[in-house]
Design a protein around this ligand. Structure first.
Ligand SMILES: [Zn+2]
Length: 447
């Protein structure tokens, strides 16, 4: 455990994460700089008469060097104000071609505010029969630009900041909506709700799903965590399935994961059952998932959304851990591949390489073999999770801590199997059945 104490001492304070941002870069307009979001408020209005969705956002951010601030938002921003004055927002390409949004005015180091509005239509469906709406802030980690930026202005995954969502259902005097979320939900008026999310969340952590009242079958219960804490759990399903069997499965997986890695690291757990065989997607203490992938997605509440990858290049670590568990925590004297560049993507990359499952699983089976004298990889992961939960990790952080824990030098192993040339390997293996991805029609059906 000494290794982890050392690691904790050399780490920086939580949530001051700008050092984990990709490099700032030059554009023809001037220097573009990543900034540190301090807080974001999103006022989201679903107009049930006009069937339109509008967001008004206010972001407080800190710049540590002068330049044009970077963030992301896929829908077109409107009415932007920087420190109260109108400002343009443009879409620009990072050096690797990845798209971002840039504020068209340089800021000095210090604290600033950005306000803007946008509409979004991704995963939104208004009901034609009743005054209601279905909308979900779902994400995908294997695809490009599929985090919070699909819906509202957000920072990249290196940043952790408190989010407040004020949700209004306009056009009705009283909203008849259900809301499922991993934030704290308060009804503030007959047709308005406020949701506050923990400040350690990143752009892929929030879970928000609203449906017309009674559309889903819902079961609420309490899980008593091994630390004695009561965890409120909500499972909900569509008409064709039973939440009771989801509950039983969740209880079984809670017990396994807490025995292996320690107490659940979230205030609650919320799970939505999707179509059989479609896999799922993890949020922090939340998931939308098929029955068969519930265990995989709950594991991600430890690795992916308990400790978070700081960037796309670190994304393979949590898929490797989840996949290593899926295949029964195998131990192998050599990985079943000769080398790869799995963790060698662009620093601006945000999505996880889909080879993370097959190659990552093999690499961890090999690390487990190498770490056997130190208690094995699971013993390492337990301490790693408990020491760094609610913080961000990079590949280098993972490697350094593995080395502290084991006393081994793993440089050659990482150079060969993670940061090497892509030898022996079919270039892109098939995505895991645990994150198959949905067609647009399937996503609308799930709403
Ligand atoms: Zn996964």
């Amino acid at each position: 455990m000494k290794a982890f104490i050392l690691g904790a001492l050399i780490s920086v304070p939580a949530f001051a994460n700008l050092h984990l941002a990709p490099p700032d870069f030059e554009t023809i307009q001037g220097r573009a700089v990543f900034v540190d979001f301090k807080a974001a408020t999103y006022d989201i209005t679903y107009d049930l008469r006009k069937r339109q969705t509008q967001v008004k956002s206010r972001i407080t951010f800190e710049a540590t060097s002068g330049g044009r601030p970077l963030f992301d938002l896929i829908p077109g921003p409107q009415n932007a104000l920087l420190n109260g004055r109108p400002v343009g927002i443009r879409e620009i390409a990072a050096p690797d071609g990845a798209l971002l949004r840039q504020v068209d005015e340089a800021v000095a180091p210090g604290t600033h505010t950005l306000e803007l509005t946008n509409s979004f239509s991704e995963n939104v469906r208004y009901s034609f029969l009743s005054r209601g709406v279905s909308s979900a802030f779902w994400i995908r980690d294997l695809k490009y630009r599929k985090f919070l930026e699909q819906y509202v202005p957000s920072n990249l995954e290196f940043d952790q900041y408190p989010v407040t969502m004020n949700v209004t259902f306009a056009g009705v005097s009283e909203a008849r909506q259900d809301i499922y979320t991993n934030g704290t939900l308060t009804r503030t008026s007959p047709n308005q709700y406020q949701i506050t999310f923990p400040s350690f969340y990143t752009a892929s952590a929030h879970y928000f799903h609203t449906t017309p009242k009674g559309r889903k079958k819902r079961l609420d219960f309490i899980y008593r965590s091994i630390g004695g804490r009561d965890i409120p759990v909500t499972v909900y399903t569509s008409w064709w399935s039973r939440p009771g069997k989801f509950k039983q499965e969740a209880l079984k997986i809670f017990a396994e994961l807490e025995a292996d890695y320690g107490p659940w690291a979230h205030d609650s757990f919320i799970a939505y059952e999707t179509l059989p065989g479609t896999g799922g997607m993890e949020h922090a203490g939340a998931t939308q998932t098929s029955f068969g992938a519930l265990d995989h997605e709950m594991l991600h509440s430890y690795f992916a959304k308990g400790i978070f990858p700081a960037n796309g290049n670190a994304g393979w670590i949590d898929e490797a851990i989840a996949s290593w568990r899926d295949y029964g925590y195998q131990r192998k004297p050599l990985p079943g591949y000769g080398g790869s560049d799995l963790g060698l993507g662009s620093p601006y990359q945000r999505n996880t390489d889909s080879r993370a499952y097959a190659l990552g699983r093999e690499f961890l089976a090999y690390l487990d073999y190498r770490l056997q004298d130190a208690g094995g990889l699971k013993a390492f992961l337990r301490g790693y999770f408990q020491t760094y939960k609610h913080t961000l990790i990079t590949q280098e952080h993972f490697k350094n801590n593995l080395e502290f824990f084991s006393g081994l030098d793993l440089t050659e192993d990482f150079r060969t199997y993670i940061w090497g040339e892509n030898r022996d390997i079919p270039s892109r293996s098939a995505p895991s059945p645990h994150h198959r991805g949905f067609t647009r029609a399937e996503l609308l059906e799930l709403l």
